[in-house]
Design a protein around this ligand. Structure first.
Ligand code: UD1
Length: 417
């Protein structure tokens, strides 16, 4: 297993190219199953989760080829309807093939994703929406068995605007007979990216960026060439790292529109933000003010930025309150940050960060993707050496992380434990 060794205390300086968004790539890969022929996905990040999704759709019969950041998915002949446990358990988003398989073949057998590090994370809304479209769903030995010789348009209200449920139901609905109206859907940029690509493939979806999607079913979809939007969470992670290390970093290709809330909060914390034609420039003198955040659905503050924000606030003057409404149990990074000298107290889903703290290097352990990112940021700002173990989480969602941070001047290397 690999670990990261970081000698902190260097202000990050320079430019970093923001990769395509993992969470936008995975739904596009599932969408490719809806069309016979070759779909080309550009700007696809080179990440473990993308590789896993590739394995899932290859198992169904698709051919997946990668050349640098371009992925070619040929889904002409699908000969299997099962997404097995050993793949789905490693990545929840593989459950997207449920909607896509129903849309393409009218049947699917997909392992239930199971629990994860931050709470139960059910998929009840995915299943209710797909049932509303007329699919019969059974649970059999840990598998969702779905059958729908003909999906039928419907009106469905999501109990919560879940990103995953919106994507899964949408993938099934685009080919359902007649009109489907989905209310209270997620409006995250990754959903909008999918809506646009599906429309390019020939789907008829109205209402992008709003909480109601109106879909007129079509008989077939065509393969297209499409592109993945920049990763707003990767951009936010580099922003927090630049902010805490008193750095000056240009986030090349970052999309300010997707980061409105994070940029506003960063500015409130005393970080200078300049939007340029090339991206977003982040300048910090290290003199940060405490700023409270509460996670929310888009365009609110993303739960995927909560851990990084807590870390940033360890360097801010005063007390900041960070509340996670979306995933109340997602705080496994807090005890690890405290090992680095952060002063944080927890009450329910609220972290109270007392700052500023001079962080000091220590041995810590990654617990999930964004928690790991928060530890990297802390280690970059800490004095002395930090060893972060179990970094396979980072490889799921951050492309060439140590190389990118090295280019910004960080002293960071990967070692085999
Ligand atoms: C996606 C992102 C993840 C991000 C999350 C919230 C991907 C691959 N993952 O996850 O990085 O943290 O959005 O922005 O894009 N819920 C239910 N029933 C359901 C589905 C969800 O109760 O059927 C609840 C969840 O428990 C959670 C909330 O809804 O409290 C939000 O979850 P959701 O938006 O579905 O997150 P994911 O799609 O799993």
């Amino acid at each position: 297993m690999d670990k990261l060794v970081i000698e902190g205390g260097v202000p990050l300086q320079g430019e970093v190219r923001i990769a395509g968004a993992k969470n936008a790539t995975l739904p596009l890969m599932a969408a490719a199953l809806l069309a016979e022929g070759k779909t080309i996905v550009k700007n696809a990040p080179d990440l473990f989760d993308v590789l896993t999704m590739g394995r899932v759709i290859e198992r169904l019969g698709a051919d997946v080829q990668r050349h640098d950041h371009t992925m070619e998915i040929d889904a002409t002949s699908l000969d299997n309807f099962e997404a097995p446990y050993e793949l789905v358990k490693t990545m929840r988003a593989s459950v997207y093939v449920l909607g896509a398989l129903l849309g393409r073949c009218g049947k699917a057998r997909v392992s239930l994703p199971g629990g994860c590090a931050w709470g139960p994370r059910p998929i009840d809304i995915h299943l209710k929406g797909i049932q509303a479209l007329g699919a019969e769903i059974d649970l059999d030995h840990g598998y969702i068995v779905a059958d729908a010789p003909k999906l039928k348009g419907t009106r469905f209200f999501l109990d919560f605007p879940s990103v995953g449920a919106t994507i899964n139901i949408l993938l099934a609905a685009v080919k359902a007979e007649g009109e489907t109206v989905l209310e209270n859907v997620a409006r995250e940029p990754e959903v909008t990216n999918l809506v646009r690509v599906l429309n390019k493939m020939g789907a008829k979806i109205e209402g992008e960026k709003t909480s109601t999607l109106r879909i007129t079913g079509v008989d077939g979809l065509n393969p297209v060439t499409c592109s993945v939007i920049p990763d707003r969470i990767e951009a936010g992670t580099y922003l927090a790292a630049a902010g805490l290390t008193a750095g000056d970093v240009l986030l090349l290709g970052a999309e300010p529109e997707h980061l409105t809330m994070v940029l506003a909060k960063a500015a409130e914390a005393g970080i200078k933000i300049t939007v340029t034609t090339e991206g977003i420039r982040v300048e910090s003198d290290g003199n940060l003010r405490s700023v409270d955040v509460e996670t929310a659905i888009y365009p609110g503050f993303a739960t995927d930025m909560q851990a990084q924000w807590i870390t940033l606030m360890t360097g801010a003057h005063g007390v900041s309150l960070i509340t996670d409404i979306i995933y109340p149990d997602r705080f496994t990074h807090v005890p690890e940050l405290m090992r680095l000298g952060a002063r944080i107290s927890m009450k329910d889903n609220v972290a109270r960060v007392h700052g500023p703290s001079q962080l000091r290097g220590a041995q810590v352990m990654s617990t999930d993707l964004r928690a790991s990112a928060s530890l990297v940021i802390a280690a970059l700002a800490a004095s002395g050496r930090t060893d972060i173990s179990r970094i396979y989480h980072l490889d799921r969602g951050y492309e060439r992380l140590e190389e990118k941070f090295s280019q910004l001047g960080a002293r960071i290397k990967r070692e085999h434990e």
